[in-house]
Structure formats: structure tokens, C-alpha cells
Design a protein around this ligand. Structure first.
Ligand code: NAP
Length: 356
């Protein structure tokens, strides 16, 4: 029987069908010849049905949850993607902007190329477009998406040249030769916050909806309640013109998710992102930029990635938006895991107030 159905069966189902063949074979052996025809028909029917039953159901094992990580070649995205890849509860697919980023992700995480999809999120079509046929291949069946994309500012080359030309004058005047304050940050054409952090993020949210996903996790940023935050000035000139306002565009996309979609979500607003500290650190979660009052308000990308993992487990079925930083604690002090910290926070019932 197994040979007969070989072409139809997947790897796992072959094991299943072999098991059935064994059972059917030994049952038939005990039957009389008069019953053989009926038994054969019964066994074929049983095998055919079992061959199409997902192994997860047949064996009572949960199938891994397929999760898309966007910005997967970025510094936080890569950590989320790697953590998912190592955890057999999940099946990770990384969405990256370019072929170059795809190669980088495959090289650093040793994942197969079939786990990577190349797509520029500013070119994904949103719900308002008539055609939704541009959905990249390889994303079907995903249950959740972790959004780690962001417009990335780069130092303007012109500002570097200008700062260098100022060096002799600065030296004559007894000032610091190179003033880092003279450097300007700019976004690449078409890759500024309105395009990536609003339109691109909104298109990812629509993609999640169109693919029937349940849950969205967003790595955003703290500071969204303050239009005068320094990060909003990046990309603008002295008169405030230009393509900046990264935190405001991120917040607008979050509002769209919360108010327009009905999907489950975990929105994470980290403080400044950095490497892990030498000492153990405890996570501190709160809302509405209250943590900005702290002198130290940063968190490692590793901790943020673990909070994304926690969002996919203890955060399932929830709708929550929070800020997070990490604080060094004395060696030997027990610190809560990201799952424990998020569970405790969820119990408070707090979530960000988007009317602020
Ligand atoms: P990152 O390394 O800058 O990565 C951003 C990723 O977004 C990159 O992989 C980039 O792809 C991708 N991306 C940009 N435009 C895209 C597009 N149009 N289509 C597809 N992908 C695109 O990120 P990070 O520093 O880890 O930050 C993660 C998140 O935390 C961001 O939302 C950031 O704003 C936020 N955050 C950062 C800080 C901080 O201190 N840096 C603080 C708080 C919050 P390529 O690699 O191909 O360019």
C-alpha cells in the first residue's frame, strides 16, 4: 500500500502510512479469504484518509507556528529571526529589502534561502490599492508577523566634507578640530520615515490582514508622544523642512493597526538600542514615555528580541502597547525572563494611551 501511495505522501505521512500498512497487514493476516476484499478496500480508504491528515493532528503534536520577521537582516530583526529559527515551536521566514540583505541573513544565521523573501515594504500594495496580487511568495500560512523595519538614517557625505574643511579654522581658533555636531543625517531617496515607517508599515499590517494572520508584533520606539523629540528632527533642515518625524510616522502606523484592523498586537517601544551590558539587567516596562524620565533609558537589542518572542507566546490573544528599558542589577540577583516580565506587565492591564 505504501508503495502505491508513495507519490502522494510527504515525508512525515510516509511514516504514518507505513504504520497503517503494518496494522492493516497484520489485521488482514488474521482475516479469512472471504473478508479479504472488504479488508483491502477498508485499508485503502483508511490509508488515503490518513495520508491527507496533517501529521500534527494525526500525532497530536502542534505544528510549528509560521512567523514572518520583516527587517530580518537588521540588527534587531536578525536576533528575532535567529531566536525563532532555533526554537522548534516556530518556523521563521525573514523578509528583507534587498538580495544583498538576503545573502547577509543566510550567512549570519545559516538558514536556508527558502526561509528568506526579498521585498521592499515601500513597494507592497496596501488595502487601498485595487490589486493585491503583489503579495510576495512564501508568506502563506503565517500566523504572525514581527515588524522590525525602519527608515535608517545615514551620515550625509556633504556634511562630512564641510566638517573636515572647518578643521584648520577650528584649530586656529583653539576649538575642537572636528565637531560631530556639524554632521547631518539623511535618509535615502524614497526610504524616509513617511514611506518606510508609515506607508511601509501600514502595508505590512494590510498584508497580515490579507494573509489571515492573527497577531502583529511591532518593534517601534519610545518618544512617540513628543513631537519635539530629537529623532523627529533627523531628515529635516534648519527650518524644519524635509522628510523627518520618524517617531510621529511610526505612531501613526500603530494607530492604524489599533483602530482599523481588529488584529491582536504587541507594540514594543524600546529606549535607545545597544549591546547587552556586562552585568545582568532587569527589564522595566511602562507606558506613555514615562520611562524617558530615567537618566539611563536604553535596552539591548537581545532583550528586545526576547520581548518579541514573549509577545508570540504569552502575548498571544492580547492587544498591548508598552515602553521598555533595562537596568543593570547586582551580580547574583535573580532577574525575570522576558516572558515573566511581559506576563507581569500584562496583569497590570496597562497599555499606551494613543490620545496623548
Ligand atoms: P536596523 O538595524 O536599522 O534595521 C532596520 C531594517 O529595516 C534593515 O534591515 C533594513 O533593511 C530594513 N528596511 C528599511 N527599509 C526597508 C524597506 N523599504 N523594505 C524592507 N526592509 C527595510 O534596526 P534596529 O536599529 O535594530 O532597530 C529596530 C527598530 O527599533 C527600528 O524600528 C528602530 O527605529 C527602533 N529603535 C531604534 C533605536 C536605536 O537606538 N537605534 C531606539 C529605539 C527604537 P536593509 O538592511 O536592507 O537596509
Amino acid at each position: 500500500f505504501a508503495r502505491h501511495f508513495h507519490g502522494l505522501l510527504t515525508k512525515q505521512k510516509i511514516v504514518l502510512s507505513q504504520l497503517c500498512t503494518y496494522v492493516a497487514g497484520s489485521t488482514m493476516g488474521k482475516m479469512t479469504l472471504g473478508n479479504a476484499k472488504f479488508t483491502s478496500v477498508f485499508a485503502v480508504t483508511l490509508l488515503t484518509l490518513l495520508a491527507f491528515v496533517p501529521s500534527s493532528i494525526a500525532f497530536g503534536v502542534d505544528a510549528p507556528m509560521k512567523v514572518i520577521v520583516t527587517g530580518a537582516a537588521g540588527r534587531t530583526g536578525k536576533l528575532v529571526f535567529s531566536s525563532l529559527n532555533k526554537d522548534n515551536r516556530f518556523q521563521a521566514v525573514g523578509l528583507v529589502r534587498t538580495e544583498k540583505s538576503a545573502k547577509k541573513l543566510v550567512k549570519t544565521t545559516k538558514c536556508g534561502l527558502d526561509h528568506v523573501v526579498v521585498s521592499d515594504v515601500t513597494k507592497l500594495l496596501s488595502d487601498e490599492d485595487e490589486e493585491v496580487s503583489s503579495i510576495p511568495k512564501g508568506l502563506d500560512g503565517a500566523e504572525a508577523i514581527v515588524i522590525c523595519t525602519s527608515a535608517v538614517p545615514a551620515i550625509s557625505k556633504t556634511s562630512v566634507v564641510k566638517a573636515m574643511l572647518k578643521i584648520p579654522l577650528n584649530l586656529v581658533r583653539g576649538k575642537k578640530a572636528f565637531n560631530f555636531r556639524d554632521l547631518k543625517f539623511v535618509y535615502k531617496p524614497g526610504q524616509y520615515p513617511e514611506k518606510v515607517d508609515y506607508e511601509g508599515q501600514k502595508a505590512q499590517i494590510d498584508l497580515a490582514k490579507n494573509l489571515g494572520m492573527r497577531q502583529i508584533v511591532i518593534v517601534s520606539s519610545m518618544g512617540g508622544t513628543d513631537p519635539s523629540n530629537f529623532l523627529n528632527s533627523i531628515g529635516k533642515d534648519k527650518d524644519g523642512n524635509g522628510n523627518g518625524d520618524i517617531l510621529l510616522w511610526k505612531r501613526k502606523a500603530e494607530k492604524y493597526l489599533i483602530e482599523e484592523t481588529g488584529l491582536e498586537y504587541t507594540i514594543i517601544h524600546p529606549g535607545g538600542l545597544r549591546k547587552p551590558a556586562d552585568k545582568p539587567e532587569e527589564l522595566i516596562l511602562d507606558v506613555d514615555d514615562k520611562l524617558l524620565k530615567n537618566e539611563k533609558r536604553s535596552i539591548s537589542r537581545e532583550d528586545v528580541a526576547q520581548l518579541c518572542m514573549a509577545a508570540l507566546t504569552v502575548g498571544r490573544g492580547k492587544k498591548v502597547s508598552f515602553d521598555c528599558i533595562a537596568r543593570e542589577v547586582d551580580e547574583g540577583k535573580a532577574v525575570k525572563s522576558a516572558e515573566e516580565a511581559l506576563t507581569e506587565f500584562l496583569e497590570t492591564g496597562k497599555t499606551a494611551d494613543y490620545s496623548l
